[in-house]
Structure formats: structure tokens, C-alpha cells
Design a protein around this ligand. Sequence first.
Ligand code: SPV
Ligand code: MG
Length: 295
Amino acid sequence: TGGGERKTTKLKKMLNSGELCFLMEAHNGLTAKIVEETGFKGIWGSGLSISAQHGVRDSNELSWTQVVDTLEFMAENTTIPILLDGDTGFGNFNNARRLAVKLEERGVAGVCIEDKLFPKTNSLLDARAQPLADPEEFGMKIKAMKDSVKDKDFCVVARVESFIAGWGLEETLKRAKIYADYGADAVLIHSKKSDPSDIISFMEKWDKRCPVVIVPTNYPTTPTDDFRKMGISTVIWANMNVRASIKAVQDCSKQIFEEESIVGVTPKIATVKEIFRLQDDNELKEAEKVYLPQT
Ligand code: SPV
Ligand code: MG
């Protein structure tokens, strides 16, 4: 994809490329930048991770403007597209379309909304009731979001939670079709089984009216090539970086606490220079030469 191409267009093309693509989780400006530097072509703005990095639950405890503010830092630090996990859209069609418009203004390429009820709970929480939205109303919510954004490549991904909520293939297919017909750019079929049987059964029956996105957190041993062969569009690696951060911070804090010294951890962590590099401090140094009086 060309450098001048809009992020929305990049995401739209990624979803429709016919090749398996990947979205890597990030949860703030710094992690978003690192994900891009690694080589990923897109970012998943994970609701779970963004909540967790603020120390709150994935139950819509952050206000939607707090989420949008976080996304602004992520977008300004990157040139690759971000798909935000927009949960249920923070209310009905009206709240959801306002979210879409504000995300578009801040340079976010798309948003995924799930067919649950506000306030949602995380799909991977054990034995938690996951009440679903009325599918027609949810489809109309997607249409409202697509109708409201200026850039028609701004992607709205419809996340189908019927497998998560204990419904079967028939309900999932029915919902996915409705959402695609209301204009969803892709459907995300979520499953918390430890094997990919939900996804396999869906892909066997899906008439490919729009691309399919998956989140294999609970079935990580399925070879990625299997997803490719099934015709999956995009795999989301959903929460790996927040988990990496948690472990790294726990280990670092513990070692310094126990050793009452920073000598032991220093070789294992990023240098201060690396922080400055990621913050693009060089740019400021150059700008100061131009915009500050030189004495
Ligand atoms: C997230 O990353 O916030 C997701 C994926 O929604 S999951 O946590 O698997 O539901
Ligand atoms: Mg989420």
C-alpha cells in the first residue's frame, strides 16, 4: 500500500485483500508505535487492553471520550490503520454514530462493534451472561455509523457474539448476514472454545458476502495456515502486548524491590535512549534549531 493512501482505505483493502492479514493489539501511543515498527500492517485497539492499562475493567468503565482520547495518541504515533474495539458502541445507534464520527476525525481507520448490550462484559470471562442485542436494531446501528462518516472507506466491523453467548451456528449465520446486508465491512466471528470448531462450521456455511475476522486467543494452537485455507480475512492477536507488559512490569518491580538496586534489571530493560528514540526526540532537536533563537 502506498504511503499517501488514507488509513481507512488501507484497512478496507486489508479486509478485502483475499490474503490472510493480521491486526496486532496495542493500547496506547507507545505500544501502537512499537507494533508498527515491528512490521505489522494494522493495529487492534483492544478494549480489554485499553481498560486494563488504565487499571479498570472491560465493562465500559472508561467513558467513550476517554477511549477516543487514547486512540488519538495511538493514531498520531502511527501510519498504519487502527481498528478500534468499540464494544457495543456505547449506547444505541445515536451514540455509536457519534463515536464513529469522532474516531474518523481523530484518524482512526475503523471501529468494530459487538452485538451485546451496554454495559458489556468481556467475552472470555467464564460463565458470565452475555445478553445479545436485537439483530435488526444492531444492523441499523451499523448502517447509522456508515451513513454518518464522511469517508466511505471508514470501516465498521460487526462482531457477532452468538457463539460466545451460547447460541449455535444458525443464529450466528443469521446475524452475520443481517449485519453484512446493513453495510458492515466485515464480520468478526468470536468464539471462546479451545478449538476452532465454531469458526470451521461458520466458514463452511458462510456465503462470503463480506470478509471474516477472528480472534484466536482461546484456540492459539490452530496453525495460522488453517485460517488461511479456510478463507479468513484477518486474524486479531488481541491482548498479547498488554499481557507482555504486565509480566515485564511485575518482574522488573519485583527484582528492584528485592534487590534494593536497579543494577540487576538494567541490562534486561529498554535504555533511556530508546525511550527518547520512540518519542522522536530528534525531531524536536531539529525544530529547535529552526524555531528558537540561536545564541
Ligand atoms: C478485546 O481485545 O478487547 C476483545 C477481544 O474484545 S476479547 O477480549 O477476546 O473479547
Ligand atoms: Mg473487547
